[in-house]
Each structure stands twice: as structure tokens, then as C-alpha cells.
Design a protein around this ligand. Structure first.
Ligand SMILES: [Zn+2]
Ligand SMILES: [Zn+2]
Length: 360
């Protein structure tokens, strides 16, 4: 086991550090992937800022693309294949997979998995079965999705989380139709990807919301028709743009009770509220019983965009190569692995969209 470098979190209060880790050789149906690009996603921040309570020491990262460099004898993917990592690979055998809902697979999406060791031999955990903020990963062959080699790595990485989630929330969960109004709250990578997808679906007006004016230009260039700074009058402002009714669709891309309630209040009677952000288990959302009945709104979540990544990531890759989808616009910072702790600091300050780590 030769060491590779990875972004490691050693538990509450510890700083994020680049450290050497030891990965096991690929098992019979596993592959080793040389990571070439990895995004820093808000769910990685949730691992270390107290929102979630993952096992540690933990390798962060779950949105990445690279090249297969070694494969077990029974692996379905050959050495040299360019791949996007899949943080919720479906088993294809459980009830949910059989029911056409592979994003709810019983075996997929655990926050962490045990894999490898620190340089001094302490057992290690990896984020969402991947631990992709690293020079290499060893994962099951069902956790990689082949993509064309001409797809740029930075773009490919984003297809594995932000883009699949945003596009799926709009097209698969909410099924936005042309001319419907849409509200998107929270403009990180997933939120901006949701704006982009809602624009492509023909949402109008398309109202993007964030906590400060800093995201205005990003929102408008992603296709928003209006940008609002969130505040107590958000619902009134949205009604002012939607003939007093409220939005047909709201997408909450933060994962907090306050923004879920804000999305709920700004949605029209009979409209749909889609929760895309992953929140904390003790952050309770309070809604009045009468309001639930009278508003006739639908409140639901979108897990990994209600997508089947094996089907949908190659489809997104085709759209990118055809020029119909441009996730590169989501990338505000291209940095090295050594600079990745600073990307977490930027994200917790609410700055920028996606930071993408590029590896040689
Ligand atoms: Zn993510
Ligand atoms: Zn399954």
C-alpha cells in the first residue's frame, strides 16, 4: 500500500489537513481511480461543521471524476476508463431498486464507510463511500460511471453531485413545465445548478434568493430572471412577481428549517415545495395544521435528484458535449488539493459557487 494524499478531518475542533493515507488494493469487484478533479460540496461542509455527526478520522469529498488505474479481476470497468464517481450506487436488488427508485436504495448513501487507514495505521472512514478529495480512491465498480474521455474532468466531477441533483430536482422531482414560476433559495453549487435547470425547463419568472447580494451576478448568469436577498418580506416580494399567488415551484437548496418555511410561505396554494438541501436531524420544521390543509401545497424532498446516476450521468455528459448544458459556469474557483481547506472556509462564509480541486 503506497500512501496517497487526501483531505482529512480528525474530528470536532480539528482543522482540515492534507495527510498521507493508505488505501487497500482493489477487491475482485473494485477499482482504483486516479482523481483528476473534485468539487467541494456543501454536504462535505456539513460533515465537519456539526450539521452531521460522521465517524472519523474521515476523508472528505464525494463529487469527483478521474481515470481507472487498477481493476479487480471481476470488475466491470477497464483500466483507462474515464469515470464520474457515484455517491449512492444502487444495488439493483432491493425493493426500492425494483420499484424504480434507485435513489432510495437500501444499501446506498450511508454518510461514511470504513476504508483504508491513516499513515500511522488508524482505521479510516470515507465520505459517502468515496472520500474523493484525495489523489486516489478505491471503490466498488458500481460506484463509477464511465463517461467520454473528451469530457473535461472539472465538468465531469460536477455531474456526480451538484448537476445531477439540481437537474434531477427540476426535471424529475418537480417536473417544472414551461411558463411555470419557480423560486430557488440558496445559491451554492446545487442551487445554481437548479437555477440553470429551471431556466432550461422554461421557468418564468425564475426567482433566485441568497443571503446577500454577492450571488446576484452568478444567479442572473445562470438564468434567473430576478434576484432577491432573503428577508422577512421574501414571501411578499415573491407574490409581487407572481400575480399575488406565490411561486408554482419552490426549491430549498440550503437544508434549514427557516429556509424550508420561507419556501413554503412563498409557494402558491396547490404549489410544490421541493427540499433539495440536506439538513440536521434536530432542526424541526414547524407548519400550522390549518395551513397544511388550506394551502394544499406539496412538500417533498429530492434525494440525489430522484435520479438513476448510471442512466442520467451519461445523458448529462452528452448534453455537455452537445453544448446544451454548461456546468463550467458553476465553477468559481479552481484550486489545488493543498488549497482545499480554504475552499471550506469560503463555503462557510457563503462565498462563491463551486470550488473544484484539480489534480495532476
Ligand atoms: Zn454533494
Ligand atoms: Zn437497492
Amino acid at each position: 500500500m503506497s500512501p496517497v494524499r487526501a483531505l482529512l478531518w480528525r474530528g470536532p475542533g480539528a482543522a482540515l489537513e492534507i495527510e498521507p493515507i493508505l488505501l487497500p488494493p482493489p477487491g475482485p469487484r473494485e477499482v482504483r481511480v486516479h482523481i483528476r478533479a473534485a468539487g467541494v460540496c456543501h454536504s462535505d461542509l456539513s460533515m465537519v461543521n456539526g450539521t452531521l455527526a460522521p465517524a472519523y478520522p474521515l476523508v472528505l469529498g464525494h463529487e469527483a471524476a478521474g481515470v481507472v488505474t487498477a481493476a479487480g479481476p471481476e470488475a466491470s470497468v477497464a483500466v483507462g476508463t474515464h469515470v464520474v464517481l457515484n455517491w449512492a450506487p444502487p444495488c439493483r436488488r432491493c425493493w426500492f431498486c425494483g420499484n424504480g427508485q434507485p435513489w432510495l436504495c437500501e444499501t446506498a448513501g450511508a454518510p461514511t464507510a470504513a476504508r483504508g487507514a491513516t499513515a500511522d495505521g488508524e482505521p479510516l472512514h470515507v465520505t459517502l463511500g468515496l472520500g474523493a478529495l484525495a489523489e486516489e480512491v478505491v471503490v466498488g465498480d458500481h460506484a463509477v460511471i464511465p463517461v467520454p474521455a473528451e469530457l473535461p474532468f472539472a465538468t465531469a466531477a460536477l455531474l456526480g453531485c451538484a448537476v445531477l441533483t439540481g437537474v434531477g430536482a427540476v426535471h424529475r422531482t418537480a417536473a417544472v413545465r414551461p411558463g411555470e414560476s419557480a423560486l430557488v433559495i440558496g445559491l451554492g453549487g446545487v442551487g445554481l445548478s437548479t437555477v440553470m435547470a429551471a431556466r432550461a425547463a422554461g421557468a418564468d419568472p425564475l426567482i433566485a434568493v441568497d443571503v446577500s447580494d454577492a450571488k446576484r451576478d452568478l444567479a442572473l448568469s445562470a438564468g434567473a430572471t430576478h434576484f432577491l436577498v432573503s428577508g422577512d418580506d421574501l414571501s411578499a416580494q415573491v407574490r409581487g412577481l407572481t400575480e399575488r399567488r406565490g411561486a408554482d415551484h419552490s426549491f430549498e437548496c440550503v437544508g434549514r428549517s427557516a429556509t424550508i418555511r420561507a419556501a413554503w410561505r412563498a409557494t402558491r396554494r396547490g404549489g410544490q415545495v421541493t427540499v433539495v438541501g440536506m439538513g440536521a436531524k434536530d432542526d424541526m420544521v414547524s407548519l400550522a395544521a390549518l395551513d397544511i390543509f388550506h394551502s394544499a401545497r406539496t412538500l417533498r424532498s429530492s434525494v440525489y435528484g430522484n435520479s438513476d446516476p448510471d442512466r442520467d450521468v451519461p445523458d448529462l455528459a452528452r448534453q455537455v458535449l452537445a453544448g446544451d448544458l454548461d456546468p463550467a459556469a458553476l465553477i468559481t474557483d479552481q484550486i489545488t488539493l493543498d488549497e482545499s481547506p480554504e475552499a471550506f472556509a469560503r463555503m462557510s462564509r457563503g462565498e462563491g459557487a463551486r470550488s473544484v480541486i484539480l489534480l495532476p
